[in-house]
Write a new protein. Structure first.
Ligand code: MSP
Length: 514
């Protein structure tokens, strides 16, 4: 059994979960479920990012202490993930004692290695993005270049990480590992960024300005820059570092001691690629830890031309969609509609079109198959060879796995839906209702029904990562003991199963009239 460790970004505990957060998290969940189904030992990490100025200010606005706000919001995120069927193994919060200790151990390591120095910082800071921008980046309007929010002029003493020392090594790593950052467009963007001299990274904030952060181990008047704090969560949860051990024995080193580190893939939106593909790997290099195996940046959900964001107020609430159409339909839409890596535009029309696809192709195939087994064979699947659609099934499973393994999830799920489409075509060609009428049609009908049930069994496996509820429900109706794993598909036996017909898997649904 191989092990697989994947992560989502940790979400700011200052805002409500919206469809953008839901997208990253569902993407991770789909990959986690797929890997488990393929037999891997999975660690799926998500959580909340709880320090920094943004949280401090949001709490003050609401008359709460920062930790009170974080407790509230972490609970909110966890509750939303539960309703969306997220199967994370660990929910990390950066205010946890274990994480705080690992951050401090990591900073000490960087300092012991000679990569930390003290200096004065003058520049522009965006609270919205929790990062500094250069004069050039903020442009003549002096706004943060990502969301257009305000920036403040700042001059203060900071500690710096000698990020510039790792520029060559990082460029070489990206060039030698063309698949390290996917998709390619994002890799090119990072290489473009690295084409200019890399500046050192300010890793601290004076406590006089921001008190809500992890104090530096060697200077309690400064707290850790929230992005450095946040990125380290990936190492904390891996168990690679033992902060309680004496400095030389904490687990730094490449290779690390046995643990979940390095991560197999970090997932994130394209807006936070620089922090993950530049800050993070150089910090790891500075602390003598190996780099994550892959960085996957997905696109944005946009409404019209604009990124969905809380500050703009155009966010779509995944829970509202869920109430109308069910969790699995929301998951299906998000995974099927956005080509992994590119932007996609949310529209109710496209949502309905994707829901109709579920209803009319997959739902319909399930319903007609189960009804016919009930009508013609008293609800017991016949023993007849289930060998129809053999080539279509093998091709679909292969295309599905190529798609998901290559992080083109939309292609994988399209291949699964094509198999359902092919099975509906098989019904039209075989005409089981005519086979049932023909005096010598019994063997043909047995084969038709067994083939359809077997194909549905395969589809429960292919659809489970994206539609866990419906797939489990269909497996139950088919009389299977559970959703089969990939290793069980070849030998999947359906003869003799007792099926149950029930209400449609995907009932009629619509948006309320405006
Ligand atoms: N706290 C940082 C991440 C630290 S990770 C060490 C952060 N948090 S966030 O709450 O802003 O959430 C970021 C994630 O949500 C990113 O992956 C981002 O791309 C995603 N999305 C936020 N809005 C989005 C869309 N409109 N569309 C798709 N995803 C977007 O950044």
């Amino acid at each position: 059994m191989s092990s697989f460790y994947l992560t989502t970004p940790i979400y700011y505990a200052s805002g409500e979960p919206h469809i953008g957060h839901a997208y990253t998290t569902i993407l991770a969940d789909v990959l986690a479920r797929y890997r488990r189904r393929a037999g891997d030992d999975v660690l799926f990490l998500t959580g909340t990012d709880e320090h920094g100025q943004k949280i401090q200010e949001a709490a003050a606005e609401q008359g709460l202490s920062p930790l009170e706000l974080c407790d509230l919001m972490a609970g909110r995120f966890e509750a939303v993930w539960e309703t969306l069927g997220i199967s994370h193994d660990r929910f990390i919060r950066t205010t946890e004692a274990e994480h705080v200790a690992v951050v401090r151990a990591m900073l000490e390591r960087l300092r012991d290695n000679g990569f930390i120095y003290e200096s004065e910082y003058t520049g522009w800071y965006s609270v919205g993005q929790e990062r500094y921008f250069t004069e050039k980046e903020i442009g003549p309007e002096r706004v943060d270049p990502i969301a257009g929010g305000p920036v403040e002029r700042i001059r203060e003493k900071n500690y710096f990480f000698r990020m510039s020392a790792f520029q060559e090594r990082l460029i070489r790593h990206i060039e030698e590992n063309p698949e390290w950052i996917v998709p390619r467009s994002r890799r090119n963007e990072v290489l473009g960024f690295l084409g200019r001299p890399l500046e050192d990274l300010s890793i601290s904030r004076p406590r006089s300005r921001i008190h809500w952060g992890i104090p530096l181990p060697w200077d309690g008047d400064h707290v850790t820059y929230v992005w450095v704090d946040a990125l380290i969560n990936y190492v904390t949860a891996s168990g690679a570092i033992d902060p309680a051990a004496p400095p030389g024995e904490r687990g730094f080193g490449d290779p690390p001691r046995p643990s979940r580190w390095p991560a197999d893939v970090h997932l994130m939106g394209k807006d936070i690629i620089t922090t993950h593909a530049v800050y993070w790997p150089t910090l790891l290099m500075g602390a003598d830890l190996p780099l994550p195996r892959r960085i996957l940046a997905h696109g944005w959900w946009v409404v019209g031309e604009t990124k969905m964001s809380k500050s703009i107020g155009n966010v779509v609430d995944p829970l509202a969609l869920r109430e109308l159409f069910g969790t699995d339909a929301v998951r299906w839409y998000l995974m099927r509609e956005m080509p992994t890596g590119q932007d996609a535009s949310y529209t109710p029309e496209r949502f309905l079109a994707r829901y109709d696809e579920l209803r009319n192709i997959f739902g319909n195939l399930a319903h007609r198959t189960l009804s016919m087994v009930k009508r013609y064979r008293a609800a017991t699947v016949p023993e007849g060879p289930a060998d129809g659609l053999a080539r279509e099934t093998a091709d679909a499973v292969a295309a599905y796995r190529r798609g998901i393994d290559g992080y083109r999830l939309h292609e994988g799920f399209a291949a699964a839906m094509d198999l359902a489409r092919a099975a509906n075509g098989f019904v039209e060609v075989q005409e089981p209702w005519a086979q049932a009428r023909r005096p010598d049609g019994a063997a043909d009908l047995d084969r038709t029904l067994a083939t359809l049930v077997r194909t549905l069994g395969v589809l429960t496996c292919l659809f489970e990562p994206v539609m866990p509820e419906k797939s489990r429900e269909l497996a139950r109706r088919l009389g299977l003991a559970g959703v089969p794993r990939f290793g069980e598909l070849e030998s999947l036996e359906v003869g003799g199963l007792e099926v149950a017909v029930d209400a449609p898997l995907f009932p009629p649904a619509d948006f309320p009239a405006a």
